[in-house]
Design a protein around this ligand. Structure first.
Ligand code: GLN
Length: 547
């Protein structure tokens, strides 16, 4: 801890009462308003589950797996952090109990503990503390969000670790922020404060006295309730902040600032509070409030029953809309429905079609039917990862008549247009995988460069020859089909720097058909929308005007 910059302060964010209160969004929003006052921030997520990372979890359970530039598979909250703060997350910003225990056990096996009995306190808690203060430079604030809800068994070592850190660093360098719910009881016509009181009591049992409460509610918090909460929870009145539901997530930073949250944070740390510049959020909210029009775009996916699985994608489409001053209305279509029904019934009312990434065979025929429909009806189409692999398979099957064209992910004995990748290059070093190797953390992950073909649509959109995008996949389109694809009208216009891995395909004869092996949605921000999404939405708006 000795190399920690003395100015760096830590804000620990916990949640109480119920899960899904939006701690990630709250943390990201607080970070962004502190930034708007000129402070440098970093955001970190501590997840109490035992998985090493969420990479092997079902998207139906855990939602999207976010991927950082440095190839970490992390909780989707890191996506909120990046979208709101613009700060690229790193491996050192995401930890799980699985990772912590892995480190502790590795050290034990290595003999690092010199004969000690290994215990949750101090060995696990020390490891958590080390993680929190690691890999920092000159940040003013590090915001650490603890996953789960106070009272969960899994979360206890984290609460103990942050209690100890506050003791080690001093209260003037740390702040505990607790997010709670004030449920509205219609029969009483009131917001109820009791669950918040209980939740704070629970925190106090762990030795943590929150400095600030952020109270989610459906209706405004009356002044007398604020006073009551402050008194019963031992918190300054001005540090009981109301977080009223808002209609759009990008309103949250403005709402928090309006409630005085950033000023209260400065007061807590005894810091001068420079004037806030919230203009970028105001611009976004103004566009969202009065768009010039609405464009319908279909997303044909496997996980549409849990939209958290498409968090970044949803946001990237919204960003594309914001850049065009349009509202993007997403029609979520379960790909399986397009396997037995006529795609026309589902897609005739949309002006753009997107097939996102995914794993497994289920729904892939439906996705290919959607791709065929977009291709044949000149509807702007964006394919992402599996969406690109299926675009290639679709054209091989339906234009070139290679009926057994497939990916070895689904059929080992197919015409393997898409195959398992066992060797590739990463920053000059060879990466090697085996067919029966571990599934966790072994995909092609993180940022890789792509060289774009001059004169292609992608080149025009990116306005650059070399780009870097984030990856998360195990299979890859085989370059040897390049000429066959070209004869069917599809061109490979983006390649890995060694020329071996197709990264982008286009259909030059189509108004807008681009499919990419990477995940552009992961890098889009509301104030820096991703160019592919901006242009895809633009092309979809154009299409809607033609109808
Ligand atoms: N399942 C495919 C692969 O592993 C695509 C992955 C994805 O869409 N993220 O290559």
């Amino acid at each position: 801890m000795s190399d920690l910059n003395p100015k760096t302060k830590f804000i620990f964010i916990t949640g109480g009462v119920v899960s899904s209160l939006g701690k990630g969004l709250a943390s990201a929003s607080l970070a962004s308003i502190l930034q708007s006052r000129g402070f440098k921030v970093r955001l970190r997520k501590l997840d109490p589950y035992l998985n090493v990372d969420p990479g092997t979890m079902s998207p139906f359970q855990h939602g999207e797996v976010f991927v950082t530039d440095d190839g970490t598979e992390a909780d989707l909250d890191l996506g909120h952090y990046e979208r709101f703060s613009g700060v690229s997350a790193r491996k050192s910003d995401s930890i799980t109990t699985g990772k912590i225990y892995q480190r502790v056990i590795d050290k034990e096996r290595h003999g690092d503990y010199l004969g000690a009995t290994i215990q949750v306190i101090p060995h696990v808690t020390n490891e958590i503390k080390e993680f929190i203060v690691s890999d920092l430079s000159d940040e003013d604030f590090v915001l650490c969000e603890i996953g789960g809800t106070v009272g969960d068994i899994e979360g206890q070592p984290y609460l103990e670790a942050i209690r100890q850190l506050a003791y080690d660093l001093g209260r003037e360098r740390t702040m505990f922020l607790h997010l709670t719910l004030l449920p509205y009881i219609p029969t009483a016509g009131e917001l109820k404060t009791k669950p918040t009181q209980h939740s704070v009591k629970k925190l106090q049992e762990y030795g943590i006295q929150p400095d600030m409460l952020l109270c989610r509610s459906q209706i405004p918090m009356p002044e007398n309730e604020r006073k009551k909460i402050a008194l019963f929870c031992n918190i300054k009145e001005e540090n009981v902040i109301s977080a009223l539901d808002v209609s759009n997530i990008y309103q949250v930073p403005l709402a928090y600032s309006h409630e005085g949250m950033d000023r209260a944070v400065c007061r807590h740390f005894n810091l001068p509070c420079p004037e806030a510049d919230l203009s970028k959020w105001e611009n976004i909210v103004n566009i969202l409030k009065s768009p010039e029009g609405i464009v319908n775009i279909a997303v044909v996916g496997k996980y549409v029953k849990l939209l958290e699985a498409y968090k970044s994608l949803n946001e990237a489409l919204n960003h594309g809309g914001i850049a065009n001053k349009y509202k993007v209305k997403i029609k979520w279509i379960d790909a399986e429905e397009l396997e037995t029904n006529d795609p026309e019934d589902y897609l005739s009312d949309v002006s753009g079609i997107l097939v996102p990434g995914g794993f497994g065979l289920r729904g892939t025929l439906g996705k290919m039917n959607a791709i065929k429909y977009a291709r044949e009806h000149n509807i702007p189409f964006l394919g992402i990862c599996l969406g690109m692999q299926l675009s290639v398979i679709e054209i091989m099957r339906n234009v070139l008549g290679v009926k057994n064209a497939n990916t070895t992910e689904f059929d080992e004995n197919c015409e393997a247009v898409v195959g398992l990748m066992t060797e590739w290059d990463k920053d000059g070093a060879k990466q090697i995988r085996h067919k029966d190797g571990d599934l966790g953390g072994t995909m092609r992950l993180g940022a890789y460069e792509t060289i774009l073909k001059e004169g292609s649509l992608a080149h025009k959109i990116y306005n650059s020859e070399k780009i870097s995008e984030r990856h998360r996949h195990r299979y890859e389109v085989n370059i040897k089909y390049k000429d066959q694809l070209k004869s069917a009208g599809m061109e490979i216009v983006g390649l890995s720097p060694d020329g071996g891995l197709p990264e982008i395909v286009e259909i030059p004869n189509h108004p807008w058909f681009i499919a990419v092996q990477f995940h552009p949605e992961l890098k889009s921000k509301p104030f820096a929308p991703h160019p592919l999404f901006v242009d895809f939405v633009r092309a979809s708006i154009e299409k809607s005007r033609l109808v």
